[in-house]
Each structure stands twice: as structure tokens, then as C-alpha cells.
Write a protein that binds this ligand. Sequence first.
Ligand SMILES: Cc1cc2nc3c(=O)[nH]c(=O)nc-3n(C[C@H](O)[C@H](O)[C@H](O)COP(=O)(O)O)c2cc1C
Length: 327
Amino acid sequence: MTTTLQALQTDTPPFDAGEFRRALGTFPTGVAIITTRGPDGKPVGLTCNSFSSVSLDPPLVLWSLRNASKSMDAFQGANGFAINVLAEDQSKLSARFASGSIVDKFEGVGHSDGFGGVPLIDDCVARFHCTTFAQHAAGDHVIFIGKVERFEHGREQDPLVFYKGAYMMLAQSLRELAAQGRVSVKSLIEARAGVYELLLRLACERGEAIDFEAMEKHLADMDAQTERGDMAARALAALEYFSLITKAAHNDVLALVAQTLATLMHHSVMAQANAMPYAAMHQPELTPLRRQMLSCMRARDAEGAAAAVRAYFGHVEHFQRQAGTVS
Ligand SMILES: Cc1cc2nc3c(=O)[nH]c(=O)nc-3n(C[C@H](O)[C@H](O)[C@H](O)COP(=O)(O)O)c2cc1C
């Protein structure tokens, strides 16, 4: 046994964090939203897959929170937390609570109070109300152990499962790269241009009347925002237009990729908004190109739609070069 271990140690290449993550990703997990209340009583929550059972008597569970989390103070200062296990149709909630850029993650999310006032999210498959039993520092995470005071087995629905880290790898590692400033605006524009060209081509084949009507309405709303001078809402609506294209492409895998890119883009727009007013970010030459994409989708003209989206991102890159964010 000792010999095998030694052999393993000498043969093992230097520790590769990416490989480590991929190896961990071979272990399928469920997904939960862990919630608590901050010192001001406001609900706080994040998406988590490190949840695990620990003990039956007393009933204990654990999960771990990365040290850099904005929610750390709230969890360390609270007497308890809730574990809300997500159902397979709640992946949007998972993405919402994994986002670092949404200010109020609970806005529009149905929830109520549980034991000790912990926030409970509606329609989950199970919920555990815990008091904090112990906290342990562990590398770049803190492990929280909870004593389960109450629990409910909720809807009879399959749980949301992440396997081989597909979602984690994309959403998490991209987010981390972005946080470290390692996602350049240029590579983000390139990725968006490529992914949306593909999505537009699919939307030309598979888009339905209802998808196109939603885009038509969205573009009208954007025009109204411009007239009102509500440029902050318009900047976000410009990103949302691409979510509608994604929907019209009817491909769940690409939708996940596009959603991740949209989250990164959202970060980037917010960061830019700190440096320049939203009005200065407005690029009027993009408006006809959005319309052109829509009319090409309606006419099932994939080449026309692809040309419009390439022109669109060509303008975006030009604009960013002038703004000095792309060299
Ligand atoms: C599927 C999935 C599982 C996650 N699991 C954890 C986890 O166990 N611990 C953790 O700290 N972050 C985890 N995250 C990342 C957090 O949800 C994310 O960093 C979130 O923005 C943290 O909230 P904060 O903005 O309040 O820091 C996970 C993300 C996803 C998508």
C-alpha cells in the first residue's frame, strides 16, 4: 500500500487547479440556495452545491462558503440559516443566486420566514431550518455546520442536479476569471459575437411567432426608453434583447453558455457605468441592426441575420476601442 502511494506521489504531475476542479466535477451534486438574514434583517442568499449531511443524532448538515463571499459577514453573524434544495425546474433561481451583480437577489422571488426568521424560498423540493452549530475555517472556505431544527419535504419533483461541473465550470470559473480581471473585453465581445451568430442561425430555423413578437415588443420598449431618456434601463434592455434571441434558438446547452456570457457582460456594463454615464454608452447605430436581426429571423434568412450580428459586434468593438477598453 505504502509503495503504491509513494509511486503515485512521485508520478503525480504538479498540482493543476483546473484538473482538480474537473476531477471534483465527476461527483454529481444537488443544488441549494442557502439563506439567512443580515444584521439589518434583510434576506441574504447564495447558490451552493457543497451541502452535505453529517449526522442523524443530533441532526447535522454542513456546507461551505468561500472566504471572499459578500455574504460571509451575514452568515458568520447569524444564529442560523436555511437550506433550500432546488427542483429541476429552478435553474433560473440557481443562476440568480449565483450572480454577484444582482443587488437584491430576493426581488420577485416568493419566500417566507422559517425557524428563527430564516428566509425560506417557495416551491423547493426540501427545506432545512438550521441553527448554527459550528463554523470552521478551512483553506479558502469556511465550513458551516447546522443543527436541523425543522425541515419540510416539499414538492414531489426531481431535484436540480449538476454533473461534471458543466454549469459550475462555465458560470463559476468565468466569474472567477472576471473577478480577477482576466476576462478581456475583447475576448468577451469575440465570444458573444460567435455564440450569438450561432444562436441567430438556429433562431432563423426554429424561432416561433411568439418569440418574434416578444422581440418586437422589446424593441418598442427600448425606443420608449430612449425617448424618455431612461438610459440605465435601456442599457440593460440591450443585453436582454439577446436573451430573447437565445430563447428563440431553442437549444438549452447554448442557452446556458449565452446566459453565462450575459452575466459577464452585465458585470462589464455595470463596471463601465461607474466610469461613464449610461447616455454616453448609447450607440444609436446598433438600433437598426437589432431590427435587421429580427426581420432576418422572421424571413428565415440565416445569412442576413449572421451579417447583422457581425456588424453589430463590429460596432461594439469599435466603440470599446474608442473608449479605451479594447486595445
Ligand atoms: C452550482 C453552483 C454551486 C455553488 N456552490 C458554492 C458553494 O458551495 N460555496 C460558495 O461559497 N459558493 C458557491 N457557488 C458560488 C456562489 O453562488 C456565488 O459566488 C455567489 O455569487 C456568492 O454570493 P455573494 O455574491 O453573496 O458572494 C456556487 C455556484 C454555483 C453556480
